[in-house]
Design a protein around this ligand. Structure first.
Ligand SMILES: [Zn+2]
Ligand SMILES: [Zn+2]
Length: 265
């Protein structure tokens, strides 16, 4: 069976949310993308874009949120969610070991007036000590992981199911040997969500991020269908991102993520 996946982009920014006029075209919220497969909603990261997703939910009773790592730009959407306070709902969190304790330590007073705790939505935590040990199924979708090359570590995710596949590779610095591992991991996927934090020649080695050109080169080596650029540096305004996008306009397999974008694979 070949099911269509609906991909929604809720946040595209890296490191910090940006709320000024110069970031309105691509969007200023931090990382959050959802994948709807049939009745199931899979969420990739809980950056400030998650607030828009929460507000769009109507009948959903259950959410599956895969957290790549605990840097604040990937969890700040967990503060202040009415969904998390609703006793009728279930939220599954998936991610690296320590996820449960870290989220509970972060989402509570004095950092926020309301704690992430039992009493609202039922919370289920699914952790793995290493990416090799990570495997979960949500409906027909199988989710596996690879360790990210990023300060403090983290997981990249691969979703496979019903003839579709997606690799989520934000907060990942492509480099040498690990690039070979990554090419195996992403091999043949329909959509690669790529960390295009930086423009060519503007990379910061050791900061744990990649460039637009890395994504095109590696995505093609892995034989992926489309490459969705995201996690743009907070310093890159619309003018700079327009220039980057214009430069690769001829490449039909490259898509620049914008908040509010919805498409199917
Ligand atoms: Zn990030
Ligand atoms: Zn990070």
């Amino acid at each position: 069976m070949n099911t269509t996946w609906e991909i929604s982009v809720w946040g595209v920014r890296g490191s910090f949310p940006m709320a000024d006029r110069r970031h309105m075209d691509y969007g200023g919220n931090t990382s959050c993308i959802s994948v709807r497969s049939g009745e199931d909603m899979i969420v990739l990261d809980a950056g400030s874009g998650l607030i828009r997703l929460w507000n769009s939910l109507k009948t959903e009773k259950e959410l599956h949120i895969f957290i790549s790592h605990l840097h604040m730009d990937h969890i700040c959407g967990l503060f202040g969610s009415p969904f998390l306070l609703d006793k009728d709902r279930i939220v599954h969190f998936y991610g690296p070991a320590g996820l449960r304790n870290a989220l509970k330590a972060a989402v509570r007073p004095p950092y926020w007036p309301v704690s992430l705790k039992e009493g609202g939505a039922a919370l289920r935590f699914h952790e793995a000590v290493s990416a090799d040990a990570f495997f979960h199924k949500v409906g027909d979708v199988c989710v596996s992981a690879m360790n990210a090359r990023h300060p403090g570590g983290g997981f990249l995710y691969r979703l496979d199911g019903a003839g579709k596949s997606l690799v989520y590779a934000l907060d990942y610095e492509a480099d040498g040997q690990e690039t070979d591992l990554f090419i195996d991991f992403a091999s043949g996927c329909d959509l690669l969500v790529w960390d295009a934090a930086y423009d060519a020649g503007a990379a910061h080695p050791g900061w744990g991020h990649s460039t637009l050109e890395d994504g095109i080169r590696i995505g093609r080596m892995a034989g992926v269908g489309r490459i969705l650029m995201s996690h743009y540096s907070w310093e890159y305004d619309d003018e700079r991102l327009h220039a980057m996008e214009e430069r690769v306009r001829e490449k039909k397999d490259v898509v620049f993520a914008r908040e509010g974008m919805v498409f199917e694979i």
